[in-house]
Design a protein around this ligand. Structure first.
Ligand code: DC
Length: 223
């Protein structure tokens, strides 16, 4: 059976996950949020004391990670990704997790483990996968590749709205700093830095609505 892979990479809060989810729904593909996977590992490290005194206990994390796995559940009616058998939600999107995730994502053993899991999770059929290295590392032969960018202030405002809607008290400046820091860390790390694949279509979402960007992406896939 021929399966299709759509890779959606780009900077934080450019609309990747919202758009990827919509694409997957419209095309009846599975949506895989790889940021969730890096966030789940960061949350795991924070809650199992594998981050102590601001230092990641790398050896212990590597050993612990080999005992963990991601899987799918359909218990809620739709496909949900589980980490060690549990579905995670807002606890992965706090500013604390966001401030550790880029450091966790720089570790070679974390990336190797997660890329392997991402390829395994995709074996069931066609997928829309969003992240930072999907078109450049995970699926270099993806059928379609998109790369989303947007003005950092617009992205910080989007993230602020999202967190405030969930009742988190945060300052715009704090979020902007996190967005800019993560951009820097994600694009300058040694292993699999965030960059546009040569054959990816770049879309600047700064002044487009989600509907408009969705239509642009759909027209590429339909063509
Ligand atoms: O998409 P997101 O903001 O939830 O991703 C969280 C972090 O995870 C991001 O700052 C970098 C890292 N990440 C990565 O390095 N590679 C991926 N494929 C996905 C996310």
């Amino acid at each position: 059976m021929k399966t299709t892979v759509i890779a959606v990479d780009g900077f934080a809060s450019t609309g990747k996950s919202t758009l990827s989810k919509r694409l997957a729904k419209a095309l009846d593909f599975t949506y895989i949020d790889t940021g969730y996977m890096y966030r789940a590992v960061s949350y795991f490290a924070l809650t199992t004391h594998l981050i102590q005194d601001n230092i990641i206990q790398e050896e212990a994390l590597e050993a612990a990670l080999s005992e963990t796995s991601f899987s799918w559940s359909t218990a809620s009616g739709s496909k949900q990704m589980l980490f060690n058998g549990k579905a995670y939600g807002d606890e992965l999107r706090t500013l604390e997790v966001s401030s550790w995730v880029s450091r966790i994502a720089q570790l070679g053993f974390v990336r190797e483990h997660l890329v392997e899991q991402q390829r395994l999770l995709s074996q069931l059929g066609s997928v829309v996968m969003d992240g930072r290295d999907i078109g450049t590392v995970v699926f270099t032969n993806a059928d379609y590749k998109f790369f989303l960018i947007a003005d950092p202030k617009v992205r910080a405002q989007r993230r602020l709205d999202e967190l405030q809607a969930k009742g988190e008290e945060v300052l715009f400046e704090e979020i902007l700093k996190n967005v800019v820091d993560r951009d820097h860390q994600d694009s300058t790390r040694t292993i699999s830095p965030l960059r546009r694949a040569k054959d990816a279509i770049e879309i600047d979402t700064t002044s487009f609505s989600v509907d408009e960007v969705f239509e642009q992406m759909m027209s590429v896939v339909k063509a």
